[in-house]
Design a protein around this ligand. Structure first.
Ligand SMILES: Nc1ncnc2c1ncn2[C@@H]1O[C@H](COP(=O)(O)OP(=O)(O)OP(=O)(O)O)[C@@H](O)[C@H]1O
Ligand SMILES: [Mg+2]
Length: 355
């Protein structure tokens, strides 16, 4: 048995993390569909995990050893769609110098994932329906239909019911593709999943560097956030924690800063931290006073303190407790010094703070 940690993430089955009712139901449905060829339509907002569900459907089913071919219907220009999906014969049109297999042929025996299905041009929808019904494709410029054995899984973040209502999407294609529907709600409607997702993404970061660690307060704070970008935004947040604050515990203040801190303010702070913090016991060269010079020792000391405090705060994304530790001060002492030296936090937009 391979140890999980030794298998590269890209080769592991897609993890569908979460204990909310929606995710439990999705995992259960995927398992039930494992040995079926039924077409599945996955719905949900951007970043909610539709592609993860599609991959898992493929990996847990009888087609796992065959190809999983993804195609983003919104990304292919209309005039290339035919040749992309059906393939073409050499000489079928100007520029078609070689025979090219289309996505249906490439996915033969496996799964074709039609992403952003709602964006498929209306006149093309009828052609797709024909392939699904005849289970064969004809290359552009080809004379004979080629039989294909493909399971189709589609995804959309559009409201297809509304698109059918306005005539943008064909009802017959919808019924053909949505034999089973799996819906992924926005992350804000399944907040129970957030702690486990934080853990999961921290594990993934730990394969490359220090594992981000969150205080209990940080988790509480993060669970309450709106996460408009859904799981993708959460994943990016964890990556940002690992990149910006490697090896530093993430508390609620740092979470707020990394999530909503006025970006330029934070980046300015991080960039403005001057020299690296000294190694323990490293000393600056001894200062000296020239015979004809008057030195304002108090001002020099303030500048010196300020420089070090700003550096520590910059390195910890304004983590006061962590900075105090780096500087060998008590937290209250550091707060007092910051007040006296007029060192302010970068601004955080109050409308973005937790409700
Ligand atoms: N339940 C989950 N468990 C583990 N990882 C997840 C889960 N949901 C989403 N992810 C991860 O979050 C990111 C976004 O997910 P995915 O690409 O599947 O979203 P999507 O719904 O296809 O978004 P879009 O509509 O923008 O294409 C990916 O990195 C994915 O691995
Ligand atoms: Mg996607």
């Amino acid at each position: 048995m391979p140890i999980v940690g030794s298998v590269p993430a890209s080769q592991r089955p897609a993890a569908l993390i979460g204990s909310s009712a929606a995710i439990v139901a999705a995992r259960d449905m995927i398992d039930r569909l494992a040995d079926s060829d039924a077409s599945v339509l996955i719905t949900g907002p951007s970043g909610s995990g539709k592609e993860v569900v599609a991959q898992r459907l493929h990996q847990r089913g009888g087609r796992a050893a065959r190809p999983f071919v993804a195609m983003n219907c919104a990304a292919v220009p209309r005039d290339l769609l035919e040749s992309e999906i059906f393939g073409h014969e050499a000489g079928a049109f100007t520029g078609a110098s070689h025979t090219r297999r289309g996505r249906f042929e490439l996915a033969d025996g496996g799964t074709l994932f039609l992403d952003e299905l709602g964006d498929m041009p209306a006149d093309f929808q009828v052609k797709l329906l024909r392939i699904l019904e005849t289970r064969s494709v004809e290359r552009v410029g080809g004379a004979t239909p080629l039989p294909v054995d493909v399971r189709v899984v589609a995804a959309t973040n559009l409201d297809l019911d509304a698109a059918i209502g306005t005539g943008r999407f064909r009802a017959d294609l919808f019924y053909r593709l949505a034999v089973v529907e799996i819906d992924l709600p926005p992350l804000a409607d399944r907040r129970d999943d957030i702690p486990a997702l934080l853990d999961h993404f921290a594990d993934l970061e730990a394969e490359r560097g220090p594992r981000p660690v969150y205080t209990a307060d940080a988790v509480t704070y993060l669970v309450r956030q709106p996460w408009h970008g859904n799981v993708r935004e959460l994943r990016n947040f964890v990556a940002r924690c690992a990149a910006v604050l490697p090896g530093i515990e993430i508390d609620d203040a740092r979470s707020a800063l990394l999530l909503h801190g006025e970006r330029r303010g934070v980046d300015r702070w991080l960039a403005s931290s001057p020299a690296p913090l000294p190694m323990p016991n490293r000393r600056r060269p001894p200062p000296f006073v020239a015979a004809d010079e008057v030195v304002d020792l108090k001002a020099l000391l303030s500048d010196f303190e300020k420089e070090y405090i700003r550096d520590a705060l910059g390195k910890t994304a304004f983590g006061v407790a962590e900075s105090a530790r780096l500087l060998g001060l008590r937290r209250t002492t550091l707060v007092e010094k910051m007040r006296r030296l007029n060192i302010a936090r970068p601004t955080i937009d109050p409308t973005m703070m937790p409700r």
